[in-house]
Design a protein around this ligand. Structure first.
Ligand SMILES: [Fe+2]
Length: 343
């Protein structure tokens, strides 16, 4: 499986990391992560260079990790600091260190060339820190699917009518065409469903009982982040696109971290402009998201199984697939660019 490496991926929410050694697989690489006494999250190749025992099976000695086999010890920078029984520490005695950075309560890890890691490139949207908005963290959804199929689902307003009939979609949207645009490295797929009954989500949040205008903007930041801007407003208000924040608006954020060719972690959260600082409302909203995302999980698992069973079978392309085709083309270009640079 091809992955974009020069990219910040999410390793987890900040509150998930402490002194314990945590093992993760990202882009098929095994990594051990832990929080040092300085408060930083260290991320090291999870393999002692001596006999290849995972360092996550060793133990913390201060801020270092001692291998559980022969006691070779590595600092949070990845260099060997002790070899029991010899004074000479060879240059080859090190493990790869992955740059990390924390922002907005999220731990980011850089999977590419360390010297190219720039925290200024980490994803941001102003609603994270705007007092008119309330962020609420969700969970890690472990999907049995490669990341490309997951991304397809996250630039796809058309599936909600069929996959999420009780929460995020209803039959009113079935025949409304979707529009796709490219904005730099972001694929934007959108549609408005005007003057139609509210979906379950906005009956609960917004208290809409009459017809609403409902929008969906799927911003897919190539290769690994999706922001789904969706909301509703009273149909009588006839809100134009640029004034939609006057309605009830929610951003569902998905951070994709590929594990391997058939598994992806989708860490999700939301930011909303209603029920600010009301954690109960945030939890209730997340409960609805969980219903919807479990529906996606079942679909994506079955799609992956079928794709793996008959590899190479060409899918029929529909008008609604313009966004996902563009996404895949952009990923291919990034991967090819990295490969060329490496040669
Ligand atoms: Fe979905």
């Amino acid at each position: 499986m091809d992955y974009v490496r020069n990219c910040w991926y999410v390793a987890g929410w900040s509150n998930e990391f402490d002194e314990a050694l945590e093992k993760q697989t990202i882009l098929e690489e095994n990594i051990v992560l832990y929080r040092t006494s300085e408060g930083e999250v260290a991320a090291l190749e999870d393999r002692c260079p001596h006999k290849f025992l995972p360092l996550s099976m060793g133990k913390r000695i201060g801020d270092d990790i001692q291998c559980g086999y022969h006691g070779m010890t590595f600092g949070p920078h990845g260099r060997c600091v002790r070899i029991p029984g010899q004074d000479n520490l060879p240059n080859t005695a090190y493990v790869h260190r992955y740059p990390t950075h924390e922002k907005h309560g999220i731990v980011w890890i850089w999977m590419g060339e360390p010297e190219r890691a720039d925290p200024a490139d980490i994803f941001d949207i102003p609603q994270f820190t705007d007092p008119a908005w309330s962020p609420h963290f969700g969970e890690a959804l472990h999907l049995d699917s490669n990341y490309l199929n997951v991304a397809d689902n996250l630039c796809d307003p058309a599936h909600v009518s069929f996959v999420h009939p009780t929460t995020l979609g209803n039959s009113a949207g079935e025949d409304v065409p979707v529009k796709t645009e490219r904005d730099g490295s972001v694929v934007v797929t959108s549609r408005w469903i005007r003057n139609a009954p509210p979906i379950g989500f906005f009956q609960k949040f917004g208290g809409f009982t009459e017809n609403v205008d409902r929008w969906h903007y799927y911003y897919l930041y190539v290769p690994n982040i999706a922001v789904i801007d969706f909301g509703s407003s009273d149909a009588k208000a006839e809100l134009p696109e640029e004034r939609r924040s006057e309605g009830v608006q929610v951003f569902a954020l998905h951070f994709l971290t590929p594990t391997d060719a058939t598994h992806t972690v989708d860490r999700w959260m939301h930011i909303r402009n209603t029920a600010l600082d009301d954690d109960t409302a945030g939890d209730t909203m997340n409960d609805l998201f969980k219903v919807a995302f479990d529906e996606d999980k079942a679909i994506l698992k079955a799609v992956q199984e079928e794709e793996s069973r008959i590899p190479g079978r060409r899918p029929v392309r529909l008008a609604i697939d313009v966004g996902s085709n563009l996404y895949r083309k952009m990923v291919d270009e990034l991967v090819a660019g990295e490969r060329q640079a490496a040669e």
